[in-house]
Design a protein around this ligand. Sequence first.
Ligand code: ZN
Ligand code: ZN
Length: 470
Amino acid sequence: MSRAERSVAMPATVDLSARDHLLRSDRQEDICFGLWRSSKGQTRTTALIERLILPREGERNVHGNASFEPVYLERAMAEAAAAEAGLALLHSHPLGRGWQGLSEDDVFAEQSNAGAVYGATGKPFVGLTLAGNGAWSARFWERTAPRTYPGTWCASVRVVGDRLAVTFMDKLAPIPRSTEEQIRTVSAWGEESQANLARLRVGVIGAGSVGGMIAEALVRTGFEDVTLIDFDIVKKHNLDRLNYAIRSDIGRLKVDVLAQHLRERATAANFKVFPVEAAVYEEKGYRAALDCDLLFSCVDRPWGRHVLNLIAFSHLIPVIDGGIHVRANRLGKLAAADWRAHTATIGRACLQCIGQYDPGHVQLEREGMLDDPKYIEGLPKGHPLKSRENVFAFSMSCASLQTLQMLALVLAPLDLPNPGSQLYHFVGGDMEEPTFGSCHPECLFPSLIGLGDTSGVSATGERPRNAGEL
Ligand SMILES: [Zn+2]
Ligand SMILES: [Zn+2]
């Protein structure tokens, strides 16, 4: 499977207005421009379509094929330059199905204007085609030498909202052939759903007990491309909970041990795992996360969650988050064990609004306070930052809920992609009514949707000296 270097993503709201404009009732092709922002991963650059620039009267011609007048391109280039954004040209193939190739007219419309667009914006011209069945395809026209702008195909286009819908370019992201090991899985939801799932690039942030179990579920299900991000090593007191580690692994990097475990268990014919020794709040871990289409948040600290929250909204990569909280009474007996699972994505509440982290604690963690035994010791009893208790079965249940959140988001069985924000109580054995909120009106994150590297929020930094010691 190719680790292709370009992709495009857009919020579901932009997809909706593009369909509205481009898929006409008279079945003719139509055209419009859009602004894009860069999301630069370690190996992949994604153009995030932030908004459309719809044509005004007389700016484009619809005549079976669609074309634009120079005045429309000039207006669009001026808007892109003023916004310091890139420019994209979107058009439709109403009779097409799936990923679309380029006609000679398409190549001409995009390539012959790539120089002017580069001159105005300093960025590649991005072309997108919308097929009649809603599938997108995309390419970058990048300057490689003076007056030379060859086209590079994207491997995928993802539409991110209440569900995650990705169109893949089969040549760059080939349809996986399902293996004999996967017969029972594939017969549960069919070849097409399996191909949509297996080709997603998934990142697991945090290789603890929950992350380890989610990763194993992914690779047994047939996912082909898994990135693991964690800086910690296996310790003796992890062995009661890590599904992938044994005594002789003590002292080795968690991501290395887990990667080896996954290679031995993956059912995909073409499986790749990318272990990254870093925290997601470090530049290296952050950029590796931006290479993914979907992320699992299996961290238990505020800074990592804050960074992942930013990624979910600014970079259009849905984040499935969860967490476990165990409480003992004064006699040291179990009084409560609760775990939750939810998905941070466009249109749903962010991790801060759900209450999964306190922004004040992010600063404390950056300053190293949360890795200072004296500071933690001084916190009141029952403080969430103090709670380190966990049990294999709790992790299993939480990992399962998070994996199910992901399956619902991608497969949307019976058009139901959103199970809501879930909270399970071990004591009493009941799942609360799920909640379906969105962000508070004063929340910052919805205003950062699709801004990518230009969000103006710098969330990464240096790892505190004693991180992971406690
Ligand atoms: Zn075309
Ligand atoms: Zn929010």
